[in-house]
Design a protein around this ligand. Structure first.
Ligand SMILES: Cc1cc2nc3c(=O)[nH]c(=O)nc-3n(C[C@H](O)[C@H](O)[C@H](O)COP(=O)(O)OP(=O)(O)OC[C@H]3O[C@@H](n4cnc5c(N)ncnc54)[C@H](O)[C@@H]3O)c2cc1C
Length: 467
């Protein structure tokens, strides 16, 4: 159980800025702190920094980057902010929203120009709710590449990443100023490290069954697809220090995880004209709504499974994702030359699957809106060979967290900032509001990268000022 110790005891050594967690948020914070003139130290519980960042598709939305302009895409901060707020049903925190929408393009250009991360825009399909193509990724479209490149950048900048360093307690004074932290090593030994400022970049509570049952009861038994080390330490420490927790039920689910392979199948399979059926071969919802809310839609079907149905054209688009290529290699993607063969391979009644395919084809021909509310106008027809993947729903990460201001300072209940505590990424409240359906694609890495960068710079300036 993470604790906050109120004591004035000595430390083994002291660092200007300590950062808990070495995912995208922690590494961006460290790079920014280094640039602001201090030597930050990251404490990471794992032997190798990966976090949920490594498990992700590594796609970060940003309007007006150089990469987006080079691709000839028109976009703006205002449009991006509107898209985020529309998906969040107007419930995104306005200060955090303004901060991350405005900071996204500068952060992507910074990572490209200063740290050599060669982002390109995903320009061949759109994610639900984004009115411009603005998702930026590295060549493999994988979070593994993103974390490797961020870690390499941190190493090149001479940043110390202490691995195998599980932060098990914070040390604070009676006024809530963080004095330092306690690190527990794999052999059980502990060290006390003092700090001038602390950045919490240790994500949310997706790996903590008790907290998930408390805040997202509908997903308490669902597969958690994020990093297991994300146990909610940031929110537990913050709450103990009097911080406000916001939108704790907010989260990103996903309704397209290959089952039983456990590999993410990109939602391009849906947005490009595919659809989902249950084990009886019937559609059950509007797949164009978004993949986050898809988790509950799929888990609500018999056996908690569904089939993604698409075709070879869509598979060619999906193949830009390393995960999709892995799914193909693992045999998760079934191909069929006809609807009858598809039915046979999925063990679904052939009349039902034929009727479903025909109904979708008819809506596409007429450009109509179906009973679920999905608008098929302008959507390309599926052509044989058909493709299918058996999928299930999962919890990807939590979006609720510590209330922060535009400087990534953690706020107490009542709105006053804690003296020297900052939060970014999954540790901080996101911009999705309190519901799964409020999650716009990319909201996760957006707050990791943008708030991480801000938190690192702010923590460094504070540490320098108090030297
Ligand atoms: C399968 C999947 C796909 C996704 N795809 C996308 C996507 O394409 N775009 C997008 O925007 N978002 C995506 N997300 C969400 C995204 O991965 C997260 O929002 C983002 O990685 C959060 O970054 P972070 O740095 O806050 O946390 P993490 O990357 O999880 O890093 C937190 C780190 O803190 C460490 N840690 C935790 N507690 C402690 C402690 N007490 N002491 C020391 N270390 C600690 C952990 O070990 C971990 O390394 C996806 C998520 C999943 C699961």
């Amino acid at each position: 159980m993470p604790r906050v110790l109120i004591d004035d005891g000595p430390f083994d050594f002291t660092v200007p800025v300590a950062i808990v967690g070495s995912g995208a948020a922690g590494l961006c914070a460290a790079l920014a702190a280094r640039e602001a003139g201090v030597d930050p130290v990251i404490f990471e519980r794992d032997a190798l920094p990966q976090g949920s960042t490594a498990l992700s598709a590594g796609l970060i939305p940003a309007p007006g980057t150089r990469a987006q302009k080079a691709a000839g895409i028109t976009d703006s901060v205002e449009l991006f902010a509107r898209d985020i707020q529309a998906k969040a049903h107007g419930e995104a925190d306005p200060v955090v929203l303004k901060t991350v929408a405005g900071g996204a393009a500068p952060a992507i250009d910074w990572l490209s120009d200063q740290h050599g991360l060669a982002f390109t825009v995903v320009s061949d399909f759109s994610y639900p709710g984004h009115s411009a193509r603005r998702m930026h990724g590295l060549a493999s479209r994988s979070g593994a590449e993103l974390i490797d490149r961020l870690r390499a950048a941190a190493e090149a900048a001479g940043i110390d990443i202490v691995t195998g360093a599980h932060v098990t307690a914070l040390v604070a004074d009676a006024k809530g100023r963080v004095r330092g932290l306690v690190v527990t090593r794999p052999d059980g030994t502990t060290e006390r490290i003092g700090c001038g400022a602390l950045v919490l970049a240790c994500n949310g509570y997706g790996g903590n069954k008790t907290l998930v049952a408390e805040h997202i009861p509908a997903l308490k038994d669902a597969l958690y697809f994020g990093h297991p080390g994300n146990q909610g330490d940031a929110v537990l420490w913050g709450a103990a220090l009097g911080a406000e927790l916001k939108h704790m039920s907010g989260h990103q689910g996903h309704g397209s995880v290959a089952h039983p392979h456990g590999i993410l199948i990109t939602w391009a399979t849906m947005t490009e004209g595919g659809f989902q059926v249950n084990a009886s071969g019937e559609r059950f919802w509007n797949e164009a709504s978004g993949y986050s809310e898809a988790a509950l839609a799929v888990l609500g079907q018999p056996g908690g499974i569904a089939f993604d149905i698409f075709d070879a054209r869509i598979a060619a688009i999906a193949r830009q994702f390393e995960d999709f290529r892995r799914a193909e290699a693992a045999g998760a993607v079934v191909e069929a030359e006809s609807s009858d063969e598809l039915a046979r391979r999925l063990s679904i009644c052939s009349q039902v699957i034929r009727a479903t395919l025909e109904s979708v084809a008819d809506f596409k021909r007429r450009g109509g809106i179906d009973l679920s509310g999905r608008d098929w106008s302008g959507v390309a027809q599926l052509e044989p060979p058909y493709c299918a993947v058996k999928v299930t729903g999962a919890l990807f990460h939590t979006q609720g967290g510590l209330a922060v201001d535009g400087r990534a300072r953690v706020l107490k209940v009542g709105g006053e900032p804690l003296p020297n505590l900052f939060a970014a990424g999954g540790a901080a409240v996101g911009v999705s509001g309190p519901d799964a359906s409020g999650y716009l694609s990319g909201n996760g890495l957006l707050t990791a990268v943008v708030l991480g960068r801000i938190a690192g710079g702010e923590a460094a300036r504070l540490a320098l000022a108090s030297c």
